[in-house]
Design a protein around this ligand. Sequence first.
Ligand code: G4P
Ligand code: NA
Ligand code: NA
Length: 194
Amino acid sequence: MKLLEDRIREDGVVLAGDVLKVNQFLNHQIDPALMYALGQEFSRLYKEEKVTKILTVESSGIAPAIMTGLLMHVPVVFAKKQKSSTLNGGLYTAKVYSYTKQVENTIAVDTKFLNAADNVLIVDDFLANGQAVTGLLDICKLAHAQVAGVGIAIEKSFQKGADLIRDRGVRLESLARISSFEGNKVHFVGSTEN
Ligand code: G4P
Ligand code: NA
Ligand code: NA
């Protein structure tokens, strides 16, 4: 998606450790018009799928997810992060290990917000190692919900998350796909502007 790639080129900052800082429009300050455009694109890509619910994880996935829900006319559920996996009734939970932050979180969704009648579109801001999305897929499985696919704003294609999702037979649509940060610049998959 050119709009998002252009914005990343303009405002993205490449940090050490292959991290892209996008605090200007996504992870701290949020550009609602850009988020709306992301929602339009996810909505267009998945319009044939009879999606009943958008699922994301707090906090940065919520902005693109809510715009997608607005445009697809379905509710948005965000999994909550919990410090420890305390035994709690009425929750679907999954463990998510963050390689970036080197912490294990448990994410949880109340059983009343997801069930076997749902066809879920998972939306998130970043796809790196795929642990967050894997956790959300696990939660859908626990709920016996169908998964229509995954919609990602920014995929770091050189990390293992994208393959991990496709290997599970799940449709993945990423709006910006980064092939490398060579020379501290953002290079996109298939782009000639690199
Ligand atoms: P994974 O889910 O793909 O395995 O991601 P990983 O554990 O590697 O990353 C942990 C957190 O860092 C996630 O946010 C993820 O979205 C974010 N992240 C990963 N790579 C980048 C990057 O290059 N730039 C930025 N800005 N974020 C990145 P989180 O811990 O769930 O936090 P939140 O921001 O959603 O609250
Ligand atoms: Na994040
Ligand atoms: Na996220």
